[in-house]
Design a protein around this ligand. Structure first.
Ligand code: TYM
Length: 331
């Protein structure tokens, strides 16, 4: 039987956080054996905010190095840069014409981002989910592994695909979001009520995958908790400690009950150090591999060229079907 298809991506906006790792990339690695996987670097999506071109180019290549360092294997999965497969931008335009302003204006990410970038609410920011729908539908993906914050975008993708299929007949596979139970939403260390994010303006709020061990330890030690001093899971009343427990659980595989037992009678200081140490150990091999890959641009170029060719074969086939169905004159 054919393997199910997976597609996912991360924006190349700079340093990845522990949230991106636990919520996305670490799970991608595990899925490579059982699924036919497409892992994309979403560089077109980054244009919704202003970027320095050189920085964007190097962020894109760094993200590729990071995918590889995290164990995404180009022999098993297709790894590619979004802008190098033109079908994404092409299908996105078509799907724009099958998406309503009303549904886009309900997207929470649009509301959040337009509040954050009030001086640059461009139409790309508004139609961002449509490009994401194109990414997913081009590969006839069955599953889209993402963190909780992207669920709404997968849902609108389903609506767009269903609408299109209803008019033109079976064209797109209807994808499902695939969200893990643990660490689907890693929170900030300084503000545990908001997700850990690359763009957090709070100091010590986010762990970056390239942070040095001392920095990781320092950030965890400074993390905001509560005054109870009992390691106990209670998301509502103890968001800081609960978040640390989520992180510890995602990495060590211990359940919340195991963790409560392991740290019974021990204070927060000891727990914070244990969480920091498991993160440091988890990231160590990734960081070493990352440094090695960054010093090998020829290898990275080979990977993205092969990845784009492989992805294009599949993406173009879907686009051709769409163009024919909607009445474009085909070459
Ligand atoms: P992006 O770049 O914001 O995030 C990449 C992935 O990381 C997950 N994530 C988190 N998970 C848990 N806790 C957190 N604090 C956390 N922060 C981020 C996100 O849920 C996501 O899975 N629009 C997408 C990129 C994209 C895409 C796609 C994803 C473009 N096309 C097609 C899937 C399919 C985005 O901005 O993710």
């Amino acid at each position: 039987m054919d393997k199910k298809v997976i597609l996912s991506g991360i924006q190349s906006t700079g340093n990845l956080t522990l949230g991106n790792y636990l919520g996305a990339i670490n799970n991608w690695k595990k899925m490579q054996e059982d699924y036919n996987c497409y892992y994309m670097i979403a560089n077109l999506h980054t244009l919704t905010v202003r970027n320095d071109p050189e920085t964007l180019r190097s962020n894109t290549l760094n993200l590729l190095a990071l995918y590889l360092a995290a164990g995404i294997n180009p022999e098993k999965s297709s790894i590619f840069i979004q802008s190098q497969v033109p079908s994404h931008a092409e299908l996105s335009w078509v799907l724009n014409c099958y998406t309503y302003m009303g549904e886009l204006s309900r997207m929470t990410q649009f509301k959040d981002k337009s509040a954050k970038h009030a001086d640059n609410i461009n139409s790309g920011l508004f139609t961002y989910p449509v490009l994401m729908a194109a990414d997913i539908l081009l590969y006839q993906a069955d599953l889209v592994p993402v963190g909780e914050d992207q669920k709404q975008h997968v849902e609108i993708t389903r609506d767009i695909a269903e609408r299109f299929n209803k008019i033109y007949g079976e064209t797109f596979k209807i994808p499902e979001p695939y969200i893990l139970k643990t660490a689907a939403r890693v929170m900030g260390l300084q503000n545990p009520n908001a997700k850990m994010s690359k763009s957090s303006t709070l100091e010590n709020d986010s762990i970056f995958l390239t942070d040095e061990p001392e920095v990781i330890l320092k950030k965890f030690k400074k993390s905001v908790t509560d005054s109870e001093n009992i390691v106990r899971y209670d998301e509502e009343n103890k968001p800081g400690i609960s978040n640390l427990m989520e992180i510890y659980s995602a990495i060590t595989g211990s359940t919340k009950e195991d963790i409560e037992k392991e740290f019974a009678g021990k204070g927060y200081g000891e727990f914070k150090t244990a969480v920091a140490n498991c993160v440091i150990e988890e990231l160590k091999p990734l960081q070493e591999k990352y440094k090695e890959l960054k010093s090998n641009p020829d290898y990275l170029e080979k990977i993205y060229k092969e990845g784009a060719e492989k992805a294009y074969q599949v993406a173009h086939k879907t686009l051709e079907d769409v163009y024919k169905k909607i009445g474009m004159v085909w070459l």
